[in-house]
Design a protein around this ligand. Sequence first.
Ligand code: ADP
Ligand code: DP6
Ligand code: CO
Length: 328
Amino acid sequence: MTKWVRAHTNIALIKYWGKENEEWIIPKNNSLSLTLDAFYTDTQVIFDKTLKEDELILDNVMQNASALNKVQRVLDEVRSQAGIQLKARVESKNHVPTAAGLASSASGLAALAGAASQAAGLSLSDTELSKLARIGSGSASRSIYGGFAEWVKGHDHDSSFAVPVDDADWDIGMLFVIVNDAVKEVSSRDGMRRTVETSPFYQGWLDSLDKDLRDMKAAISERDIEKVGSIAERNALKMHATTLGANPPFTYWTAESMTAMTAVRDLRKQEYTAYFTMDAGPNVKIICRQSQLTDIKDKLRPLFTDDQLIEARPGPGLHLVDQSQPTI
Ligand code: ADP
Ligand code: DP6
Ligand code: CO
């Protein structure tokens, strides 16, 4: 019986932003993330001789050819490793808004790597799963693991994969401020390509990363949430600065993103541990202590509704779902 496979989203604290090799998704820099419990994808794959084409059914809707593109990279690699030619039906349920800067491509393509390899009868190591997820979407390489993971950039398909860093079984948490869950105008893929090709700030970003990564790893080993948060916030601001230098320029920020960022700075003045990070979308993620999540949520209620504020804690790595149907 083909099983459903679940992968959780991850949010980068040191961002991946730019590819060295577009075809194989080899990144320009190492990145480091935290996998979270609140958002995930369930996926099932069936290889079927009656199918004429691959199919992707996402949240009960048959997807068009362009959405199939990332998925087929993973399916083709699985077929090649398993020595099969069968077409596949991929069914997937996102428990995360799709393409809104909340890392659906990370959970989505990691779950696909697990489900497709399992359906083809392959029994892959975590490293092989990470490589397989990576060719669908770079950030998915990190969602194979729970807790903190580092995607080591490498230089080719065999050397570019994520490794576990720390199980994050401590007080770190994240509060998501959902300011807009609609599909973004500039996808992560297009946004980073445009930045690499045209932004004069891009080299400055790259030059600053070794130190950020080193400091972040030290902060994680010390379980220093203040340090983790402040390095992550500075790293995210530098990434977003590169987009303003692109041609044509763009930003993922909206007025509401600014409201959330200002609120986080205010929380710090009130002695809360609170730092923000943002990805390719307008939503803001607040790095904080799990033990302060409720208080911080209360403080933000005048600005945002309950539905906009979602608590997250460290989540698990890729795993089979213990049921015949996924939760809806
Ligand atoms: P996000 O911020 O959500 O990661 P991206 O622009 O990186 O946004 O990627 C969004 C794209 O990832 C979607 O348009 C779709 O092509 C793909 N995707 C998202 N979820 C899934 C899924 N469950 N299965 C297959 N592909 C998915
Ligand atoms: C800003 O992994 O979504 O979230 O590899 O082109 O699919 P592709 O892009 P994706 O990029 C994520 C960018 C980011 C930072 C990060 O998650 O590291
Ligand atoms: Co993505």
